[in-house]
Structure formats: C-alpha cells, structure tokens
Design a protein around this ligand. Structure first.
Ligand code: C2O
Ligand code: CU
Length: 487
C-alpha cells in the first residue's frame, strides 16, 4: 500500500528552485514529545559515576504503520540523557553492537584527548571502550555523537546522538526551571527525509549537505508538549547534519536566552529569535499564559550570504518545530534569576599565540583532514586567539574540541548576547572575521589529537577538519597512531 509520510504536514512554500527542496511547512501537532530517558548510573569502588551506552540497530515508527530502520544508544533512536555534577569522575562503558566501527564523542567536554571519542578512538563492532574523566566545567547542555573519520553524517542521521547535562552548585542555587521533562525540556531538532519505503534518505543534498523535509524533535514527528508552569526552559540542540535554524515563537513573543553551548550567560538576555547551526545549543526561558498554545518555529535564518540556490536549502522556509500547550492553570516558581553565571572574560593581553583558520572549499588552511598529520601544537594552559574566516560565500561553521571559547569580535563588533558566553561551535557568516579566545586545559598528550572542524557533517566527512595536540611547554607534537586505538 501507499506509504503516507506527509502526515500532519502541509507544504507552505513553493518558492524553491528546480531540483532543490520541498518544504516542511506547517504541522498539525499530533504526537506527544518524547523525552529522552535519564541514563541510569552507579558509583563504582573507585568513586566513578558509571554509565552504560550501547550503540545498536533498531526500528522506529515515526509515522504510524511505517517502520524505519534507525540506530540508537540503549534503544532504537537517540540515546539516554547523561547527567553528572561538576567535580564528579565519570566512566562510560561504550559497547558497539553495530556492524561497523563507531566512536562516541563528548561534544563540548574538556577532557584528555584519549577520552574525547574522536576519530582516533574508534570502537570496532563487538568491541567496548570505557573512557573516564573528571567533569571540570560549568553547568551546561552538552551532547554526544559518533565521530568516525569520513562517516559521521550517516551515523548521526541514523539516530546516534544524546544529551550530556552538567550540573553545578552555582546553577543549582539559581531560581530556574530544572525539573527534567516537566519545566526543563530537551529539544533536539533534526531534519530528516524518508524514501517511499519509509527509510531515511539523504539523497536530496545541497551545498551544505542533506536537507530533510520533515522535522524530528527528540525523535518525535509533529510534536506537542503539555506545559504546566508559567515558564518553561527549553534546551535547544541543533542535532541536524546540515540545516541551520532560527528559532523563535510563532506569535513573535520574546524569550530569555539564559545559556549557550558551554553554560549559562552572565545575565538573561531578552530575544525574539536565535540562530543555531549544527552542533550549537541554547537554553531559553519561554513565558506562557494559562490555556494558550504557542509554537516554537524556525524562520529562514540569516546565513549572511545571498549566494543563491546553493544556500537556499540551508533552511529557507518557516518550519513548525514544537507546540507548547499550556494547562488551564499554571504553577509558578516565583521570580526567576536573571543574574546567572560568573564568566571571567579571557583577555587578549593574556594570549600567547594567535592562529588563523581560513575555511575554503572543504579545506581549512588549504588542507583536507589527514589522520596522520598534526596541524597545530598548543601548550597546556595557554590562552590563544583563534581568528576564523569563512572565505566562501557559502555557509560553514566551526567547532573546537576540548575547550569552550569566548568570542572577542564578530567582524568589527563586540559579540551579540547569543555569542557572549561560552561557546564551542559558531556559525561563520561569509566575509566576517570571528576572533575567538580560549584557554587550553592541562591535559597533555603529544600523540593523541583533538579536532577542529566544520560541524556541517557532510563537510566534516569531506575533510573539513584538522587536528591539534596539547603538549607540555617545549614538547614536540608526536605521531598519531595509525591503527584505531580505543584502549
Ligand atoms: Cu560535535 Cu567534532 O563534534
Ligand atoms: Cu562547512
């Protein structure tokens, strides 16, 4: 029989160039939003908080009666939400039940390079990997996903991704919504496209990669969520392989931005919309009135380029994302904190090294990724300024492992509120120079590199990635192991 995959979706725009993209459009919100379960953990004899994650194959029924092959951690799609406190030692027992090698990267985490889960920490089918590290950074919404060299897009598309939430005393002392799944809601947004057999397909590709015509939020198509409080905290995660969003509320109401990739802002910032490119996160507070509904939407993002058809499919439609349905009577949590985190500004005067990165084609500084080449050598503890230019009139972004950075300048300007806190991923408007400042940890290893790359996964897979090591002062970079080493 005919497979109907357009349930609840009506095209709302037909302004696409030939052979480009059908639109997602407006949605009848028919499905309750799935909330990823909190991962169970135990404390072992060494005092480590231990989690288990198994990458596995399964099936999902996004549309009733249609079975889609998907991958997940401990389930069929996405993975459980890991929660740990700053200062805790964690260990994650990763098992690979897939039929291909994978890795699990802790995006946004500062940790030793061997624990990073990048392309040098591959886990073969049937194998296990148990990274351990100490959480030493502020409360934040981090996430995890595979990172095999050249094959990340497909594994993420199949469903491998999950959240890693860090808590700390400063955040806990604030008056903010923090009941997970009740007034503190993860919103992992991914676009997908289904073929006639109900399977994911990434056949429709633009310059930035595959663009889906359906949106999944936490793996739910056409989702709504019942809200029982006057304010709801949404942890927005762009978990898409390529698409850029500009999130806002359907009636234009403003919301408070309270956090970015690496933690809370110093102060809540009132905004109407926020652009998020793949890998970026934002925590927002949305006010609601009893009995109303309001939609989280994405309007066409300002990509900073008008390069025509090649960029249209980066998200040129207004998309319905999630309907918030307020109950007739809403609980109050009182006056919310507006002064949030203490962020010590990193000073340019303290930076010992300046590096420049130019993104062009699928290269960074005219190089394609090479697993055997160390591109940059950083001394432990150093503060560095990284200047990043997107030399193409086309969208890219930039992600750095191991650190959270601060944005010093966007072109000639100071950063706007959404770039004023800790970031690990940043959208690069063409022709705009981004000046980032970061302080590297003291985890040294001359042989095991961290990555920097464009987080549009097709670009990353095509080689838009480089490697840096953090070494002791004066030490030389070594040689990355050629064989996969997940020990
Ligand atoms: Cu989210 Cu290098 O990755
Ligand atoms: Cu790119």
């Amino acid at each position: 029989g005919a497979v109907v995959l357009t349930v609840g979706l009506t095209a709302c725009s037909s302004d696409n160039g030939a052979g480009v993209i059908d639109t997602v459009g407006t949605t009848d919100f028919v499905n309750p939003l799935a909330i990823p379960p909190l991962a169970e953990s135990t404390l072992n004899a060494a005092g480590e908080r231990v989690f288990d994650l198994t990458a596995q194959r399964g099936t999902s029924e996004f549309v009733p009666g249609v079975t889609t092959d998907t991958w997940g951690y401990n389930g069929s799609y996405l993975g459980p939400t890991l929660v740990a406190e700053r200062g805790e030692n964690v260990r994650i027992n990763v098992a690979n039940n897939l039929q291909e090698a994978t890795s699990v990267h802790w995006h946004g985490m500062s940790l030793p390079a061997k624990m990073d889960g990048g392309p040098h920490q591959m886990v073969e089918p049937g194998a296990k990997w148990s990274p351990n590290f100490t959480i030493d950074q502020p409360a934040a919404t981090l996430w995890y996903h595979p990172h095999p060299d050249g094959a990340t897009e497909h594994q993420v598309e199949m469903g491998l991704a999950g959240l890693f939430l860090i808590q700390d005393d400063e955040e806990a002392a604030l008056n903010l919504p923090r009941s997970y799944g009740v007034d503190d809601i993860p919103v992992v947004v991914q676009d997908r496209r289904f073929n006639a057999k109900g399977q994911f397909t990434s056949d429709v590709r633009g310059y930035i990669g595959p663009i889906g015509d359906q949106l999944l939020v936490n793996g739910t198509l056409a989702p709504y969520v019942d809200v029982t409080t006057e304010v709801v905290r949404l942890r927005l995660v762009n978990g898409s392989t390529a698409r850029v969003y500009d999130f806002g509320l359907s009636d234009g109401r403003s919301f408070d931005l309270i956090g970015t990739d690496g933690g809370l802002l110093t102060e809540a910032a009132s905004m109407d919309d926020i652009r998020l490119s793949p890998g970026e996160r934002a925590e927002i507070l949305v006010p609601l009135k009893p009995g109303e509904t309001v939609k989280l939407q994405s309007t066409p993002p300002n990509l900073g380029t008008s390069a025509g058809a090649a960029t249209r499919n980066a998200g040129d439609d207004t998309l319905d994302v999630l309907e918030l349905r307020a109950a007739d009577s809403l609980g109050s949590i009182g006056a919310l904190s507006t002064t949030l985190a203490n962020i010590e500004p990193l000073e340019k005067a303290d930076a010992s090294v300046d590096r420049s990165f130019t993104l062009n084609g699928y290269t960074i500084n005219n190089r394609l990724m090479d697993m055997t080449r160390i591109d940059e050598t950083v001394e432990a503890g150093a503060t560095e300024v990284w200047t990043v230019d997107n030399a193409m009139p086309l969208p890219h972004n930039f992600h750095v492992h191991a650190v959270q950075f601060q944005v010093l300048r966007v072109g000639t300007k100071s950063p706007p509120a959404e770039l004023s806190g800790w970031k690990d991923t940043i959208y690069l408007e063409p022709g705009v120079r981004y000046e980032l400042i970061m302080q590297f940890s003291n985890y040294t290893d001359p042989n095991f590199p961290y990555m920097f790359h464009c987080h549009m996964l097709a670009h990353e897979d095509a080689g838009m990635m480089g490697q840096f090591v953090v070494v002791k002062p004066g030490e030389q970079a070594g040689t990355p192991p050629t064989a996969h080493d997940a020990s």
